[in-house]
Design a protein around this ligand. Structure first.
Ligand code: FAD
Length: 425
């Protein structure tokens, strides 16, 4: 069962809706234009302008469950707000609620020392800097995090880091000042104690952002993906997060709220896309009939509505379970939405592109970038197959446990890049 959304959340949603109407939607064309003109190595001025307005209105760090620093919302309360932000590529960052910063802030909040928090968490919360998460490597199948090969080697009072990463979202952004880096600190340790996570200031000598990677030909929006080489990068030992060999432990904890934000946002993207479809269908005549009167259009609009509602309910259920029984017990539900929601969004946007005809493949209607967003999330947060594999494993275990003892279930450890929620968009 999913309880009603609280009044606090609904009030914030009303405020957010107003802000979207007044500032976000009217500035989207400017945002896409600036993104295209300036490219992924620069900051779009419209983002910084609107951030100041959002913060002044208290629409800031809404994702953060801690009430002293953020809005103090549960996952269930945050879901409708995150959905609203997902309606526009411009919105999440304006409210300081965008990936990969949200997941990185969560890590710093939970595992950072007081010094880490002062140096990195505070400026991130203030929207003064941005961050990256560097795990995926071109040389190995990184959906299996055990494969990560980069080296983090202790040397005196510091660590020396060597590695080749790619799809490090945000690294080309000049505001990106810190990278959470994952690598092997002890290749001989027990499998789940081999990896560590360490903080690397981006301006450390040896950190080289070698190129920006396009996502379906888009640079910057919907993702500032980048290739980054780390060559003899030396950082103080105090930059280690939680301790050597505890990378997987952080990964487990990163099974937190940040991991389901993508799903919440995609529901907003699909909802807005459906609105565009209806408007277009009611405005266009082909072969003597409105597109809206064609049965194929009606069919697709009806299917889209059904699929969006299903996806939303599943997502709210996962959020509610995370709030009530904890992230670990909600693991299956989290994996389910990571498969179901991007697939739903891909389908809805694909139908919209078809309805819009040739123009659907341009970005004049936000559909091409919308499709890229939905499609990349079938990979970036761990490939669909890996989530399905996990769901099947949990299901086997659930049934076996039920058959053997009828006892309460422990879903066991998460082993994959999917568990880290590495990707971002
Ligand atoms: C736009 C974008 C942004 C990203 N941002 C980040 C980021 O900020 N930081 C970061 O570290 N990474 C990021 N990623 C990387 C992302 O997390 C990885 O691409 C993903 O985990 C898959 O790893 P891989 O690319 O090495 O694919 P591989 O591991 O080589 O997998 C390739 C394919 O093999 C198949 N496969 C894998 N495992 C199984 C299985 N168990 N069963 C069946 N089939 C399987 C799947 O079809 C999978 O797609 C991003 C990716 C994208 C596209």
């Amino acid at each position: 069962m999913i309880p009603e959304i609280s009044q606090k959340s609904l009030a914030l949603k009303g405020h957010l809706d107003d802000f979207m109407d007044e500032y976000i939607y009217p500035n989207e064309a400017r945002f896409y234009r600036e993104s295209e003109d300036l490219g992924p190595w620069k900051v779009q001025p419209v983002v910084e302008e609107l951030k100041a307005k959002a913060r002044a209105e208290g629409l800031w760090n809404l994702f953060l469950p801690e009430s002293d620093r953020g809005a103090g919302l549960t996952n269930l309360e945050y879901a409708p707000l995150c959905e609203v932000m997902g309606r526009s590529h411009l919105a999440p960052e304006v409210f300081n609620c965008s990936a990969p910063d949200t997941g990185n802030m969560e890590v710093l909040e939970r595992f950072g020392t007081e010094e880490h928090k002062k140096l990195w968490l505070e400026p991130l919360l203030n929207g003064e800097i941005r961050s990256s998460f560097a795990m995926t490597e071109p040389a190995v199948a990184s959906s299996d995090a055990r494969n990560i090969e980069s080296a983090i080697v202790r040397d005196g009072d510091g660590y020396v880091i060597n590695g080749h990463k790619w799809y490090t979202t945000g690294a080309t952004d000049p505001r990106c000042k810190v990278i959470i880096f994952m690598g092997k600190s002890d290749p001989n340790a027990e499998t789940y104690r081999q990896q560590s996570m360490i903080l690397v200031p981006k301006d450390t000598p040896g950190v080289m952002v070698t190129r920006s990677l396009p996502v379906f030909g888009f640079y910057g929006v919907p993702d500032r993906a980048a290739e980054v080489v780390f060559e003899n990068v030396r950082v103080p030992a105090s930059n280690m997060l939680l301790g050597e060999g505890r990378g997987f432990e952080i990964a487990q904890a990163r099974l937190g709220p940040g991991r389901i934000h993508h799903c919440m946002r995609l529901i907003g993207l699909a909802e807005r896309t459906l609105e565009k479809m209806v408007a277009r269908a009611n405005d266009r005549v082909a072969f003597g009939r409105m597109l809206s009167e064609q049965s194929v259009t009606r069919e697709r609009i009806a299917e889209s509505r059904i699929m969006i509602e299903q996806a939303r309910l599943l997502t709210l259920r996962a959020a509610h379970m995370m709030d009530t029984v904890g992230n670990k017990k909600a693991k299956a539900e989290i994996a389910m939405i990571k498969v179901a929601v991007p697939q739903m969004a891909c389908k809805v946007v694909d139908w919209a592109i078809q309805l819009f005809g040739g123009g659907g493949t341009s970005n004049d209607f936000g559909l091409a970038a919308g499709y890229a967003t939905a499609r990349l999330l079938r990979l970036a947060d761990g490939p669909d197959e890996v989530h399905r594999d996990q769901i099947a494993r949990l299901e086997y275990k659930r049934q076996t446990t039920r058959n053997d003892t009828g006892a309460a279930l422990d879903w066991g450890p998460a082993l994959s890049n999917a568990a880290l929620g590495a990707g971002s968009a």
